[in-house]
Ligand binder design. Structure first.
Ligand code: HEC
Length: 133
């Protein structure tokens, strides 16, 4: 039930919230995580994940915003001072189009911030939020 419903939910959801900027590559990346998540992606939860100060990770990076800028449309900065293009899909249209890249950075960044990998639910929420921005 869960597995057969999730892709449909993701498709309906994308049509509902991200028609303007998400293309087929982003659609399939979000669908990949949606199929592995327990419930439909929530942009509100994604926003909280992005903004919250978490415990458990490295003290220098308590939040996604430690590197990515205070809002999705701001340019961020790595700890070494290199610029990171905004995460909002409307600002950086090539974002979230390559599953391997997305997985690699989720793994690295969730470990730095949360001290663990993000769940498929957290990843779908985060992507849904950024694709709506
Ligand atoms: C230590 C700095 C740092 C922190 C903290 C950080 N990131 Fe990142 N993130 C980066 C860098 C550097 C990149 C790769 C450069 C780029 O994509 O512009 C990146 C890329 C990503 C990507 C891939 C984007 C794409 O275009 O496919 C995702 C997804 C991501 N980060 C999610 C997160 C999440 C979720 C958090 C918080 C749990 C977080 N990041 C915290 C530095 C960071």
């Amino acid at each position: 039930m869960k597995l057969s419903f999730a892709p449909l939910a993701a498709a309906l959801f994308l049509t509902a919230i991200a028609p303007a900027s998400a293309g087929p590559d982003q659609d399939s990346v979000l669908t990949y995580f949606q199929q592995r998540a327990d419930s439909a992606a929530s942009p509100e939860r994604g926003k909280s994940l992005f903004e919250a100060r978490h415990g458990g990770g490295k003290p220098q990076t308590p939040s996604c915003t430690s590197c990515h800028g205070g809002t999705p449309s701001e340019t961020g900065k790595t700890r070494a001072g290199k610029e990171i293009a905004p995460m909002a899909l409307s600002r950086t249209p090539q974002r979230f189009s390559d599953l391997k890249k997305v997985e690699k950075w989720f793994r690295r960044n969730c470990n730095s911030v949360l001290g663990r990998e993000c769940t498929a639910q957290e990843k779908s929420d985060f992507l849904a939020f950024m694709m709506s921005q």
